[in-house]
Design a protein around this ligand. Structure first.
Ligand SMILES: Cc1cc2nc3c(=O)[nH]c(=O)nc-3n(C[C@H](O)[C@H](O)[C@H](O)COP(=O)(O)OP(=O)(O)OC[C@H]3O[C@@H](n4cnc5c(N)ncnc54)[C@H](O)[C@@H]3O)c2cc1C
Length: 283
């Protein structure tokens, strides 16, 4: 394997994948919000950076022929937050984007850079899991897609193999559902202490995912089944207890594990009621 040096500016996904295949130590550079801070702090010192800024194919939001919505990996959080397309229950992803940090970070960070870093406190991961989104991945071998729930593997670890990059996030074809993301942070602009994404699907099913309370977004089929059949306060509390049982939160500067477990049922109630009250988008 050759070792690259310097800054590379590929114009296509194939060129970027080929550079990655040549040097497994090279780092992809997207918005740079996290990567540049890590370079400045000498946490990482790669000899080569592969900038994704020149690849048009991974920029912006579009509707595919089958109705799914494609968010290119190099789409900034600001653009996702301001997307005017009908998204149905996947509107939860737009809602999450609008709550990321502050305007400066939303202008800089990209959805591909965010989910590839896989910090458990990020806002997109629970929203993508609740929405049933897929992640499009490329390498010199070609393209593959993976469900969001399979993409997030562990603390700061994704299912990306060496030589792979994220090229897009695919949202399901918009339905007449609604989706809401509720985030609790110590102060405005901070990462989540805990969060809940709730999607009410057109057929009445409810899908929820908890963020910042374990290595990966926490979803539970039993909790979803309860919330799909009964959304009384008692049923929501029962689903909340199930989620707490499966949570694996850390004690850290953003809150103790116990505090996070207390937050889950409260955020769940707000998210479920929010999704019920949110306007349904027509197809
Ligand atoms: C001060 C501050 C506050 C923040 N607060 C929040 C918050 O409240 N909520 C939240 O969700 N996020 C928050 N973030 C994270 C931010 O939103 C970005 O998501 C994050 O910085 C990474 O996105 P980026 O595009 O800047 O990626 P970069 O910093 O360029 O890259 C991040 C990592 O992903 C890799 N990478 C980049 N693109 C790809 C790709 N397409 N495929 C594979 N690997 C790739 C890079 O090699 C690097 O390892 C915050 C960041 C900062 C600096």
């Amino acid at each position: 394997m050759t070792t690259l040096q310097g800054l590379f500016r590929p114009k296509t996904v194939e060129e970027a994948a080929s550079l990655l295949a040549q040097d497994g130590e090279a780092k992809l550079l997207a918005g740079g919000a996290t990567l540049v801070a890590m370079l400045n702090a000498h946490v990482i010192e790669p000899a080569a950076l592969i900038s994704l800024a020149g690849i048009d194919e991974i920029k912006g939001i579009s509707v595919l022929d089958d109705g799914r919505v494609r968010i290119g990996a190099f789409t900034r959080h600001r653009e996702t937050a301001g997307c005017t397309l009908q998204l149905g229950h996947a509107a939860v992803v737009r809602h999450a984007a609008s709550q990321i940090a502050n305007a400066t970070v939303r202008n800089m960070g990209t959805i591909g850079g965010s989910i590839s870093f896989a910090d458990p406190g990020l806002d997109y991961p629970p929203a993508l899991v609740a929405a049933g989104a897929e992640i499009e991945i490329a390498s010199v071998q070609g393209r593959r897609t993976l469900g969001a729930a399979e993409f997030f593997v562990d603390w700061y670890l994704t299912a990306l193999e060496p030589g792979e990059l994220v090229t897009a996030v695919l949202l399901p074809r918009p339905d007449r559902g609604a989706g809401v993301y509720i985030k609790h942070a110590r102060v405005a602009g901070d990462y989540a202490t805990a969060s809940v994404a709730a999607c009410l699907l057109e057929d009445g099913r409810m899908r929820v995912a908890v963020g910042a309370c374990g290595p990966t977004p926490l979803a539970d089929a039993e909790a979803d089944a309860i919330l799909s059949g009964d959304r009384s306060d008692e049923a929501i509390a029962r689903a909340g207890r199930l989620l707490v049982q499966h949570a694996d939160p850390l004690d850290d500067v953003r809150g103790s594990a116990d505090y996070r477990c207390l937050l889950i049922p409260r955020l769940l109630l707000r998210a479920v009621r929010g999704a019920e009250a949110a306007p349904r988008s027509a197809e």
